[in-house]
Design a protein around this ligand. Structure first.
Ligand SMILES: [Zn+2]
Length: 99
């Protein structure tokens, strides 16, 4: 599918951002509806955040699972995974020092 130049009406290649005939910017005739139609909720999930906190590995796995479709949820999981990991490390050092 090719785009049409809004200014001179010439047919321009799909991926062209500028008309090769008149030099005007070409706006795609078909805005990607994929982004607009994605109604799947993408917000941090409290349950998954807790799971990530206690099992950081699960949080990182969820990050890779969700990052395409739910980047906000994915980043939240990764963040809590790092916090859980940091707590584990601090706790481990603390235990090592005490013994
Ligand atoms: Zn043109």
């Amino acid at each position: 599918m090719a785009n049409k130049c809004n200014t001179c009406g010439a047919t321009v290649p799909d991926n062209a951002t500028m008309c090769p005939y008149c030099g005007n910017a070409v706006t795609p005739t078909q805005p990607s509806n994929a982004v607009l139609n994605s109604t799947e909720e993408d917000e941090p999930s409290t349950g998954l955040n807790w799971l990530s906190l206690f099992i950081p590995l699960a949080g990182w796995i969820m990050y890779f699972v969700f990052k395409e479709k739910s980047p906000i949820k994915a980043k939240s999981c990764a963040k809590w995974a790092w916090i859980g990991f940091a707590i584990d490390v601090v706790y481990g050092i603390f235990n090592a020092l005490v013994e």
